[in-house]
Design a protein around this ligand. Structure first.
Ligand SMILES: NC(=O)c1ccc[n+]([C@@H]2O[C@H](COP(=O)([O-])OP(=O)(O)OC[C@H]3O[C@@H](n4cnc5c(N)ncnc54)[C@H](OP(=O)(O)O)[C@@H]3O)[C@@H](O)[C@H]2O)c1
Length: 243
């Protein structure tokens, strides 16, 4: 049993992850910016914390107050992504959360004396080259336009998480999501990932694996998930029972 601060508890992954954490008897503080979503989190069984990740002081106070042992970072700002006219602005906001939001979360985890920080990233930011990529393949830092905005955000998030001593940082490079709550029922283009299997990887990362990065995706020709299988004991076919 661990004391867990889940940033992004109301998001598509957070909502599937919370019941998994509670079933393993973890105590879950679920963060949201919205007092209205507190009731949703309470119904899931989490302890709601209303805080904006960009308010560094309030965030650190909340993470310390919870005597947090494990911080899980499932923050994104992608609700406007499917509107083509709002897509570029959404990607800029999402990159900000990966950069500045992660900085505040790392500082909060360190201040609280947390043991481990587990963070969401993506598995399609790799540079071109031979496939499938393992986690040592370079990121696509020579990209342009919207893709460069995303890749720079990813690079910042991942560097901050794995360089957060004494906190152990694990980065989960998720495939493109589908499944309940996502709005996409069938696997999109590879690397794809069912939302339940994404949540399962975060659950396993609490007490499996070493600090570093892990590709988390359905079997595919783009990225290798051998490290996640071996170190996290992760499986792509994991599904929650109906919740
Ligand atoms: N790998 C992937 O393919 C991938 C990964 C993630 C999301 N998505 C897609 O993106 C779309 C939106 O995702 P989503 O529904 O999870 O919502 P979202 O709007 O991206 O928000 C995700 C979580 O981040 C939190 N958050 C955002 N900004 C915050 C801030 N400044 N401070 C504190 N918390 C903040 C939200 O909390 P509150 O809003 O409650 O404050 C929510 O819990 C979905 O279609 C999803 O499938 C895809």
């Amino acid at each position: 049993m661990s004391r867990i601060f889940l940033a992004g508890a109301t998001g598509v992954i957070g909502a599937r992850l919370t019941p998994l954490l509670l079933a393993k008897t973890h105590i879950v503080w679920g963060a949201t910016r919205s007092p209205d979503k507190g009731e949703f989190l309470r119904k899931l069984g989490a302890r709601p914390v209303v805080v904006d990740v960009f308010d560094a002081e309030a965030l650190a106070a909340a993470v310390v107050e919870a005597k947090t042992e494990i911080v899980i970072h499932q923050l994104t700002d992608l609700s406007a992504l499917h509107d083509p006219t709002a897509r570029s602005a959404a990607l800029v906001r999402n990159a900000r959360i990966r950069d500045e939001g992660t900085r505040n979360l790392v500082a909060a985890a360190q201040k609280a004396g947390a043991r481990r920080l587990i963070a969401q990233s993506i598995a399609w930011a790799y540079a071109s080259g031979p496939r499938p990529c393992d986690e040592d393949h370079p990121l696509d830092l020579k990209a342009e336009g919207d893709r460069l905005v995303s890749v720079l955000g990813v690079e910042s998030l991942e560097r901050q998480v794995v360089e957060a001593p004494p906190v152990e940082g694990l980065v989960l490079r998720y495939g493109r999501l589908y499944g309940p709550g996502v709005g996409i029922d069938a696997p999109p283009s590879p690397p794809s990932l069912h939302v339940d299997a994404a949540a399962y990887a975060a659950l396993l990362a609490i007490d499996h694996g070493r600090a570093g990065t892990f590709n988390i995706a359905d079997p595919n020709d783009e990225v290798s998930t051998d490290r996640a299988s071996a170190e996290l004991t992760w499986r792509a076919d994991f599904r929650l029972k109906a919740i």
